[in-house]
Design a binder for this molecule. Structure first.
Ligand code: GDP
Ligand code: IMO
Ligand code: MG
Length: 428
């Protein structure tokens, strides 16, 4: 194979700045592939004086001459996809070629209703705080082998048969378990046919498109959604999403062989945030957390919910380094820390009086750990115009170097502001 594959993934609980890092790299790659998740994602790109939030479209859409693939591992809400794509078209910014994998699964209206019902059923204590985008129920149908795929939207008879079966099952859940009204077949079938008509020009063979690009010597970039700590296997289960957000998910979710991935870049916020429920050992409740939220604009790009904020957690980051095989870290939002007098960084957990250096996703463990902090002196200077390593204050360089020393992974990119050029490149 002449081409190569790189991946950009989240190392924390999502919202690390994957969209902006993908945007920074997209100009030098040929194909950008979203490989898992769905419209639960919100990837922000600030470029050309505008703010774009990508939910389903890959963050390379603004570049002419590129191909953007929605991989088979994604669960696609066609209505959302059409709106997002038309939004770009209206602005004349749909510059890349779009391919939607025919074997990606469709998020149906009943998946979104069931997502809400499931949360209601869970009640306080078990509620995950999902984005209610139907992600969990759609992946459930996929794995249970009763799902509907994008290519089915193009075949009225097949769609009728599959939808009848899938809706019958979903309506049983809605009426018998959740005591809600059933949804009507006719409305959904008509909608689904209309989606198919609109999206027909884009539905194709994702893996084949990627293979052809690789054979032609092109570079393929896999764009992860969510983050490692939200991964269904490696995250803080059960407070996770329903897909494999880790780099390995990039293989199954796009049809790329594992040995082809030559670079695995983990996007890491210079502090931590989390939306929704679940353990967060370094959470800073009170004033410090509020400061980070306001300065960092930490409100969900998809749901607008305030994000929980806290300090950088190296125990969790080292776990991400391991389960992804990171070759580089893209550190974002370093500028948000400017003005903090003291910067605590979690270097270990204290668990039942013992020092614990290894992360365990289990709820009972994480709820009972106390972070052991190493405190760094902060810096006052505004760093949002720094474009070189040397231009950063010494305290900021020490903070970054400590991350490299502790993780053993080079920091290959530093974000010092949200705009496209507010970054320091160190090899990415
Ligand atoms: P994603 O889901 O990982 O793509 O991240 P989000 O877009 O949900 O959230 C990241 C937020 O941080 C967005 O509002 C970005 O515009 C912003 N952002 C990204 N990198 C930086 C940075 O280096 N500095 C600042 N101040 N903001 C950034
Ligand atoms: P990006 O790609 C942050 C969280 C939800 C909830 C949990 C499960 O922008 O980083 P789901 O709707 O997936 O069933 O919700 O996962 N979550 C995210 N948090 N960023 C995201 O995506 C997220 N996608 C899901 O808040 O806690
Ligand atoms: Mg986001």
């Amino acid at each position: 194979m002449k081409g190569k594959v790189e991946a950009i993934i989240g190392t924390q609980w999502g919202d690390e700045g994957k969209g902006r890092v993908v945007d920074a790299v997209a100009s030098r790659v040929d194909v950008v592939v979203r490989y898992q998740g769905g419209a639960n994602a919100g990837h922000t790109v600030m470029a050309e004086g505008e703010t774009y939030i990508f939910h389903l479209l890959p963050s390379g859409m603004l570049y002419p001459g590129k191909t953007c693939v929605i991989g088979n591992g994604v669960v696609v809400d066609p209505q959302q996809l059409i709106e997002e794509f038309e939004g770009l078209q209206e602005k004349g910014k749909d510059r890349a070629r779009l391919v939607v994998s025919g074997n990606a699964h469709v998020v149906m209206p009943y998946h979104k209703v069931l997502d809400g019902m499931e949360e209601r059923f869970r009640g306080m204590g078990h509620r995950i705080g999902t984005t209610r985008r139907g992600i969990g129920p759609c992946y459930m149908d996929k794995v249970s082998r009763r799902g509907i795929r994008m290519e089915d939207l193009l075949e009225p008879d097949i769609l009728r048969e599959k939808l009848t079966f899938n809706l019958e099952y979903s309506n049983l859940l809605l009426t018998r378990i959740y005591e809600e009204s059933p949804l009507s077949f006719g409305d959904i079938y008509d909608k689904a046919l209309a989606w198919g008509k609109k999206l027909a020009p884009y539905i194709g063979d994702g893996p084949l498109v990627i293979h052809r690009a690789l054979e032609a010597g092109e570079t393929v970039l896999l764009e992860g959604a969510q983050g490692t700590l939200l991964d269904v296997d490696h995250g803080t289960y059960p407070f996770v999403t329903s897909s494999n957000a880790v780099g390995g998910g990039g293989c199954t979710g796009s049809g790329v062989g594992p040995v082809w991935i030559s670079r695995m870049t983990g996007v890491t916020k210079a502090y931590c945030t989390r939306v929704g429920a679940g353990p967060f050992p370094t959470e800073a409740k009170g004033e410090a957390g509020d400061r980070l939220r306001e300065r960092g604009g930490e409100y969900g790009a998809t749901t607008g919910r305030p994000r929980r904020c806290g300090w950088l957690d190296l125990v969790a980051l080292k776990h991400s380094v391991r389960v992804n095989g990171l070759t580089g870290i893209a550190l974002t939002k370093l500028d948000v820390l400017s003005g903090e007098k003291i910067l605590p960084v979690c270097v270990a957990y204290s668990h039942e009086g013992q020092r614990e250096e290894n992360f365990r996703g289990g709820y009972s463990f994480l709820e009972n750990v106390k972070p052991v902090y190493h405190e760094f002196p902060g810096w006052d200077a505004d760093i949002s115009l720094c474009n070189t390593w040397e231009a950063l204050p010494e305290e900021a360089r020490k903070y970054v170097s400590f991350i490299e020393e502790e993780t053993g992974v080079p920091v290959v990119f530093i974000g010092v502001g949200a705009k496209r050029d507010q970054m320091i490149r160190r090899g990415l």
